[in-house]
Design a protein. Sequence first.
Length: 391
Amino acid sequence: MTTTRRIFTDEFKQEAVALLASSGRSLAQIARELGVQPSVLRKWQRRLTGSGGPSMPPVQQAAAPLITGADQASEIARLKRELARVQMERDILKKTGSHLLGSTEMRFRIIADCCDEYPVRVLCDAIGVSPSGYYAWRTRPESPRKAANRQLLDDIRRLHDAHRQRYGVPRIHAALRANGHTASRGRVERLMRRHGLRAQRAKAYRVCTTDSRHGLPVAPNRLNRDFAPAKPNQTWLTDITYIPTDEGWLYLAVVLDLFSRKAVGWAMRDHMRTELPLAALTMAVQRQRPQPGLLHHSDRGSQYAAGDYRKALKSNGIVQSMSRKGNCWDNAPMESFFGSLKAELVHGARYATRDAARRDLFAYIEGYYNRQRLHSALGYITPDQAELRAA
């Protein structure tokens, strides 16, 4: 089987070198995340920066906080309030502990979780168990089931942290099975719920980036919600979204292969003119080299109806399709991609500059989403794996 030589645009190379300079990770690690050879990344670095390694800004030592008499008085007052709260909780637990705390083992677990903060005897007295019973429970040999759960929980925590808390139960379970674990999904769900492990999600504040109030030609909806193409590079979806920064909006255009759900092209600019999605389309064509007849679906935005964009599609033998007016469901997989990107990366982050946002977006798309993130629509494999399996 022949291997298609990968094509990297100038923008891809610039973002890769910038990520290397700003991330603090090694050249080998960045190269592995992006799927390129270290020697290739080093060559890009030398060509673009004229140096053999990224320069890191000096680390500034934080000044020690100054404790004043007012601060001491405030701390004493806070401790008094905390003591009063603990005493109140102790009285409540004495009265209702047998009804609220469940089994004796559950009470012992609460003590084990809190013993670094409060004395064991005080905790035992408040919860209504004896210190001797607690210490006997602590020294009791661990059952095989508990040992297996503890090891499984360690593996769950490792995966959860490795994916920056982006994985919930389905993806954690799929990743565990890929690593050889046989634990059921219900067991994984119980452990994650008990220990407060969940996917980090946030509600999006949506700003419409589609300007369909124009007199430019509009293509018919040839996709017609057929979201199951038979092979890669048969159907592409595209859209534009926005990323807030302290310098203003950063706009991101992405071209998505509907078969593999892989982001095959992208571009980032401080504007939404036609040049933005056209740069993403150019990257996708250079990287994928699609055959004539590929279906290209977008909304009715003026950028996609512009003459330069339609000319680029025609010159590459690409057939244009557009969603019906005001119907976001016609491009649902593209909306889902941007929803995942916002929830897993953008929401909760604050970018001081557009360049800082660019570094994060490039690392997410090329280093994480395409190559590492398990996709539910693909049977919990990565977009790269889906593309390779179909080759």
